[in-house]
Design a protein around this ligand. Structure first.
Ligand code: SF4
Length: 260
């Protein structure tokens, strides 16, 4: 995170899909439970919100989706303090930087994460849609769909809740984000909602959490290698993602704070 001085994602005329206001749960029982959870989360710190997300009715039924990117370590550390065997869903698209895979392994060892699930694209889909591995250069939406959206949707099916590392400071749309939401059929916990970048960095320092090695190399937001470039001074935080394309997200709804 150090070196990431720009904190607002300014690209795109419309909010990213997972930041758009939902209509809320249609089921009145779910709506009532959401109201209870929001009340229970009031006044709790990040650790307290995570306790809500990982105990009681949610024990064993909540997953974290992590990109093991530049902002992932703080959330993973907090989760590990409560239950290091919490399922962590990690999209191994086949196009990631080697540094990200090594960073995942380093955090796994340091934090004692016992249930990282690496999600690969379906082999038949890969043969069908991207036999040469260059679909990203022709149709990024189609590439993200079979490498990220479909595998994640499948992996999330058994879970009733999800934890994200999204922060209010990141976008205008996130500015009013609740610590507990309901989105696309699942409760969604945002324990870091009110954290600032300075608080994140201080936490990482205090707990000696390693930084993603590419942050120091000019990548404040890290995704797949073909679709991520270095960011120049003064550029937007996510300017290096799908640079030159009218694309700011991969269709995944609710990742760990920075998108994948
Ligand atoms: S970010 Fe690029 S390489 Fe990765 S899945 Fe999307 S289009 Fe493909």
């Amino acid at each position: 995170m150090s070196g990431a001085t720009v904190t607002v994602i300014g690209r795109g005329a419309t909010p990213r899909a997972f930041d758009r206001a939902g209509t809320g749960p249609a089921d009145p029982q779910v709506a009532a439970r959401l109201a209870e959870l929001q009340e229970a989360a009031r006044g709790r710190d990040a650790h307290g919100v995570l306790e809500l997300a990982l105990t009681g009715e949610f024990r064993g039924k909540t997953a974290v989706v992590s990109s093991f990117g530049s902002e992932s370590a703080v959330l993973l550390h907090l989760v590990a303090e409560i239950d290091p065997n919490t399922p962590i869903l990690f999209l191994n698209t086949g196009k990631l930087f080697g540094e990200t895979l090594r960073y995942r392994d380093r955090l796994q060892e340091q934090l004692g994460l016992g249930d990282i699930r690496s999600l690969a694209p379906n082999a038949a889909d890969r043969t069908r849609f991207d036999p040469d591995g260059i679909l990203w250069s022709k149709d990024t939406d189609a590439c993200c769909n079979f490498r990220k959206v479909i595998p994640l949707k499948r992996a999330l099916e058994p879970f009733i809740a999800q934890i994200t590392g999204r922060k209010r400071f990141q976008t205008r749309e996130r500015a009013a984000m609740q610590p507990v939401e309901f989105f696309e059929g699942r409760f969604r916990f945002n324990p870091l909602a009110d954290w600032t970048l300075q608080e994140l960095e201080a936490y990482a320092d205090r707990h000696c959490l390693p930084r993603h090695p590419l942050v120091e190399d000019g990548y404040p937001s890290i995704g797949c290698m073909p679709c991520t470039r270095r960011v120049q001074a003064g550029e937007d935080y996510r300017a290096g993602r799908w640079s030159g394309l009218d694309k700011d997200e991969c269709g995944i709804h609710g990742v760990d704070g920075e998108g994948i």
